[in-house]
Design a protein around this ligand. Structure first.
Ligand code: GAL
Length: 421
């Protein structure tokens, strides 16, 4: 075979696809006495990888008998990882541990009988006292607790390029959607190609959720996910209209963009703003970009849209003892500090010292204590994976057809189909 650039790329691609599975089924990972602990995440680059690296270094010290094996599959919000994971779970080939969002998404794995009860470990490791009650409730089903949270992220943050805003004459943070639209117009008039940077489906779902928090208020917004707010209401229609108007200020190639591609538009001065979770703080830091600003999405007031990454012990994991050592590290004060100072998130534990954290996280730690909390569908705290998939495809369709009524109908149908039993 002639070794052309195309064959080289194909070989690299196949190797990348095989890598995680091969790591998990290597000879010394399985059975008793195995050392390897395959940790499956989607934290492959930038600030996400830096956070994972922090945790891995604490694991190295705390669990010297075991070896971390990186099973990460790249792609924001687990867009690719979740598919790979689903097929491995189906084939009875689970990694030793995997990342799962607290709340409805975790419940999917519990309902499917795919993960173990960790209640005894919670007692042994003192986690019941160390974690806040609201979060514990989101990890518990029928009195049993199934995962160890590493952090709490905030989803409803508007990031900006300060120089780009200042060149456009923008001097203050937008406090309402009207003010945001006025600023987007200023950016457009100053020649910024895509005033608002947007990525594909799940990033659009995040933007829609932020707009709905503004237009419905936190209580009615939460009701969209627990069945107490009707998706067919006029207030939801108004929210989708506002969302549609926001998309008109975005980059046209949004449907091919991951969140980091949209972030690059902000870094390169080709966009002014981006709505994204606070993993963006860590990623901008990791990439050395300092000229960024942040504020809560306009009109969200004191609402903190939360999500939490957590780790589980899958049924049939090859190295359950090694996995327990990983989980203990994830829940420990040292592990949470090593991870969260680099990840943009705040510790799930209540005993952390805010002064250990970068400036952004200090604001988030303070806000978390007093804010009204609402969950996120795009990141699993509010809705099941089924509803999330339906929402992502409805948004993908809306991105091209812009049909407000159809998007509203699709979301209402999703809510009905995936209603909590
Ligand atoms: C979320 C996850 C975060 C971050 C983000 C972007 O779902 O909870 O930790 O990784 O995706 O990939």
């Amino acid at each position: 075979m002639r070794f052309t650039r195309r064959t080289a790329l194909a070989v690299v691609g196949v190797a990348a696809l095989l890598a995680p599975a091969a790591c998990g089924s290597g000879d010394d990972s399985g059975g008793s006495g195995g050392k390897n602990v395959e940790v499956f995440t989607w934290w492959a680059d930038g600030g996400e990888k830096a956070g994972l690296d922090g945790l891995v270094s604490t694991f190295g010290t705390a669990c010297p008998d075991y070896t971390f094996v990186n099973g990460a599959v790249a792609g924001g919000a687990g867009a690719n990882a979740k598919q790979v994971l689903a097929s491995r779970l189906q084939q009875g080939d689970p990694p030793d541990t995997f990342q799962a969002h607290a709340g409805a998404e975790l419940q999917d794995y519990i309902n499917a009988g795919q993960i173990e009860d960790l209640s005894a470990q919670y007692k042994e490791w003192g986690l019941t006292e160390a974690l806040p009650k609201g979060l514990l409730d989101n990890l518990t089903v029928d009195g049993k607790i199934y995962s160890v949270p590493s952090n709490i992220h905030r989803a409803n943050v508007l990031w900006s390029n300060k120089s780009v805003l200042s060149k456009a004459g923008i001097t203050s943070e937008p406090k309402s959607l009207d003010e945001l639209f006025a600023n987007l117009d200023k950016l457009k008039n100053s020649g910024v190609a895509a005033p608002l940077a947007v990525g594909k489906d799940w990033t659009q779902l995040m933007l829609l959720e932020s707009v709905l928090i503004t237009d419905l208020g936190p209580e009615k917004f939460t009701g969209l996910w627990n069945g107490s707010t009707d998706w067919n209401g006029a207030d939801v229609a108004k929210g989708i209209e506002d969302f549609k108007k926001l998309l008109s200020y975005s980059n046209k190639d949004r449907d091919t963009f991951d969140w980091t591609d949209a972030e690059k538009l902000v870094m390169d001065g080709k966009a002014g703003y981006q709505l994204m979770g606070d993993w963006e703080a860590a990623d901008l830091d990791a990439k050395g970009f300092k000229d960024y600003g942040y504020s809560v999405f306009p009109g969200n007031g004191e609402t903190f849209q939360w999500l939490a990454d957590s780790f589980v012990l899958p049924k049939g994991a090859k190295n359950p003892e090694g996995t327990k050592c990983w989980l203990k590290t994830v829940g420990s004060a040292e592990g949470q500090k090593a991870f969260n100072t680099k990840k943009g998130s705040i510790p799930a534990r209540t005993d952390a010292n805010a002064a250990d954290y970068p400036a952004y996280q200090q604001t988030a730690i303070a806000a978390w204590k007093t804010a009204t909390q609402v969950p996120s569908c795009a990141h699993g705290s509010a809705c099941s994976q089924g509803f999330q998939g339906a929402a992502n495809s409805a948004l993908g369709k809306f991105s091209s057809d812009q049909n407000v009524g159809e998007l509203q109908k699709a979301m209402a149908a999703g809510a009905k189909q995936f209603a909590k039993k």
